[in-house]
Design a protein around this ligand. Sequence first.
Ligand SMILES: [Ca+2]
Ligand SMILES: [Ca+2]
Length: 168
Amino acid sequence: MVKFLMLLGNYEETALRSVSEYHCDPGYLLYGNYCYHLESEDVKSWQDAEDHCSRQQGHLASIHSQEELSFLTGEKRSRPTSGRAWVGLNDIKSENQFVYTDGTPADFLPWALGQPDNWQDNEDCVHLRGHNHAQPGLFNDDFCTSTREFICKKGGIFSQSCAPRWIQ
Ligand SMILES: [Ca+2]
Ligand SMILES: [Ca+2]
């Protein structure tokens, strides 16, 4: 019992001594362990948007859960623009085989009704529908050359710092 209490004491001391957290570069929002930039002032083609994100050590966003999607659509709704935004999902390489530019699995695909329709045999890049659309926040395949708002995503910056009154 004494030993157990000593171990507990050590554990609490360690927990108190350091504060670990993720944070983001300016212009990025933290959600979970990831950072997101919702670009609404500048519009780009899908490839230009991906290049822009990769210059900032990220990719166009991958989305893996309803919670993550709700976070992004909620943030978009709070902004003055309501435009469609590119994400990293695409079937450029092989028709109807959708992949993400960040290499994560396409495991959550909230397509809008009737999508993907590969309209004019030429829609290979995916955007989130704007919140002025009847089906906001759902996926639609689109012409990659269309210029749209976009969302970049990258890993959060992990930092460990000392709790108050502790020295590293
Ligand atoms: Ca396609
Ligand atoms: Ca479409």
